[in-house]
Design a protein around this ligand. Structure first.
Ligand SMILES: *[C@@H]1O[C@H](CO)[C@@H](O)[C@H](O)[C@H]1NC(C)=O
Ligand SMILES: *[C@@H]1O[C@H](CO)[C@@H](O)[C@H](O)[C@H]1NC(C)=O
Ligand SMILES: *[C@@H]1O[C@H](CO)[C@@H](O)[C@H](O)[C@H]1NC(C)=O
Ligand SMILES: *[C@@H]1O[C@H](CO)[C@@H](O)[C@H](O)[C@H]1NC(C)=O
Ligand SMILES: *[C@@H]1O[C@H](CO)[C@@H](O)[C@H](O)[C@H]1NC(C)=O
Ligand SMILES: *[C@@H]1O[C@H](CO)[C@@H](O)[C@H](O)[C@H]1NC(C)=O
Length: 488
């Protein structure tokens, strides 16, 4: 082989290696957290002439063990595989990665705890809102894995320094609400459970139809490698879920290697259809249940950090953290009106038969474990900072966003990728001017409609379309209560 040919070969091998397809980035709701790629080509860094002065996140809990029902599927697969032979040789020696059945299924895995702690560390460093110790508060839906995520986040956020001699200066508080109940209405981080009309708009069964066809084809392919054992569609579903789940629980990725890239893309698309038509823009009631959070945050951003002009009894910190479940993130995307418009006709509503690669709606980039939707309020100077700064000894140079001409903007990030608001992305870093953002949110109110009316709650006592948990602690209708983290 000539040197030139060798170089070409090396280049090819490197290129293939670098572009290696990662099934964990295409596993929908079973994906561990990863930064989503910049689908719109915008850098997630804060623009150099701006500083973030207020932010709101709504976050799915971190990686977890399977639900008890899914765990039964793992156990069924385990007994079936005891007969496996042939090229899928690891299968007979595989054991489900759960070693303490009473305490693991349903709850966070240590990876989930790590994801939450790490987000706390990252946001503390990114925004630098909190000095040393602080009385920091976050909000959480009440199920244990969500509260645990909020708690580990808080521990990470407050993990700097040592406060053993002044413990009250470095406490976090987790405000919790009843999870997925129908009596707290929109005043909740799980409002879809309180909207009776919502389930009538859920057509996620479209995903089941798509999934069954593909799983059947995969089973046929794999059964060629097996003697004395026949895999069916159910088994394929469990095995594909195990790629993400087992990677998260024990780091074992052998199930990820069984399937071809196109089989992962079909698996991912079934997740996309499930969320788009179940809780996302394809459910006509999803914007209705996502809107109260958007309205609450828009009001807080209008009022600005540290102000009490909204009334209530509580001033939320500049970093407003809410923790919830996967199905409560797509409604926020619907309320915001993103990932559902395209300059290419025919992309939306999503096709139920084939995955259009031009879609932006990607479940893996939203409802991965610890996935989130974040709105940042930016304060931006009219000009970039000078490239060379003339320091005068003893004179403090003010940071970006502090000049008298600074203007406020709002920017949307989903799993750390910037998503421009359609028609409102003229500001620095594809942000939307705060005044225009308020108008944008008011226009989305027309799409969302009134929560009480649309959901059919006119006759329900105490029914409300307002989310007040951030400014009332405790909230009466939201039935919130406070935990301390760490426990005293
Ligand atoms: C700390 O915050 C909690 C609620 O998050 C509040 O009840 C408590 O009064 C605050 N403590 C101080 C010292 O501000
Ligand atoms: C697949 O086989 C299992 C038994 O191994 C069975 O419980 C399940 O119902 C089957 N699923 C389908 C779709 O046939
Ligand atoms: C999403 O787009 C479809 C197709 O244009 C439209 O019918 C639907 O109302 C949109 N959903 C939302 C929440 O805006
Ligand atoms: C908000 O208050 C904190 C201290 O509690 C302070 O560090 C920060 O500068 C204030 N932000 C604004 C925009 O006033
Ligand atoms: C909440 O659910 C309970 C039990 O299903 C039902 O009796 C009640 O009418 C529901 N309340 C509302 C406001 O929908
Ligand atoms: C309405 O809210 C009040 C508290 O303000 C509560 O005591 C009452 O039980 C609620 N009614 C219903 C039907 O949930």
């Amino acid at each position: 082989m000539t040197v030139a040919a060798l170089l070409v070969l090396l280049t090819l091998v490197t290129a293939v290696h670098c572009r290696r397809f990662n099934p964990l980035h295409h596993s929908g709701a079973a994906s561990p957290f990863f930064d989503a790629p910049a689908q719109f080509g915008v850098s997630p860094s804060t623009p150099s002439q701006c500083a973030v002065d207020q932010v709101a996140y709504i976050v799915r809990h971190g990686s977890r063990y399977p639900e008890p029902g899914s765990f039964a599927g793992w156990q069924a697969l385990f007994s079936k595989l005891q007969n496996a032979r042939g090229p899928l040789a690891f299968l007979p020696s595989w054991v489900p990665p759960v070693d303490d059945i009473p305490h693991e299924p349903f709850f966070l895995s240590s990876t989930g705890a790590q994801e939450a702690f790490q987000l706390g560390v990252e946001l503390r460093k990114l925004y630098r809102f909190t000095k040393g110790g602080d009385n920091f508060t976050v909000w959480s839906a009440g199920q244990q894995r969500v509260v645990d995520t909020a708690t580990y986040f808080t521990l990470g956020y407050l993990s700097q320094g040592n406060y053993l001699s002044a413990q009250n200066e470095n406490r976090g508080h987790v405000v919790t609400m009843p999870d997925s109940v129908n009596f707290t209405f929109a005043d909740s981080l799980t409002p879809s459970a309180a909207c009776p009309a919502y389930s009538s708009g859920d057509t996620s069964v479209k995903a089941t139809v798509f999934r069954r066809t593909n799983q059947g084809n995969i089973a046929k392919r794999l059964n060629q490698f097996l003697d004395g054992l026949t895999l069916n569609a159910t088994d394929i579903g469990v095995m594909q879920d195990l790629c993400g789940f087992q990677a998260e629980v024990s780091g074992d990725t052998r199930f990820c290697d069984i399937f071809q890239d196109s089989e992962w893309l079909d698996y991912e698309y079934a997740h996309d259809l499930n969320y788009y038509y179940g809780s996302g823009p394809g459910n006509p009631f999803s914007a209705t249940v996502g809107y109260p959070w958007l309205k609450a945050i828009a009001d807080l951003f209008s009022s600005g950090p540290n102000t009490t002009s909204l009334g209530g009894n509580f001033v939320p910190p500049p970093l407003i953290m809410g923790f919830t479940h996967d199905n409560n993130l797509p409604p926020i995307v619907s309320a915001l009106g993103v990932w559902n418009t395209s300059s290419f006709p025919g992309v939306y509503p999503l096709s139920t038969s084939h995955a259009d690669p031009r879609r932006n709606f990607r479940s893996s980039f939203l409802v991965s474990f610890r996935g989130y939707v974040a709105l940042e309020r930016l304060s931006c100077d009219p000009h970039d900072p000078p490239r060379s700064v003339q320091h005068t000894s003893g004179k403090v140079v003010l940071g970006p966003g502090t000049s008298p001409g600074a203007q406020k903007y709002v920017r949307l990030k989903i799993n750390n990728a910037v998503v421009p608001l359609p028609g409102c992305a003229e500001g620095p870093g594809s942000s939307c001017a705060l005044a225009s953002f308020r108008k944008y949110v008011a226009r989305r109110a027309a799409v969302a409609g009134d929560f009480v009316q649309r959901c059919g709650l006119q006759d329900a006592k105490n029914a409300t379309g307002i989310l007040d948990i951030f400014t009332n602690v405790p909230s009466i209708i939201g039935q919130s209560s406070i935990l301390t983290a760490p426990l005293p």
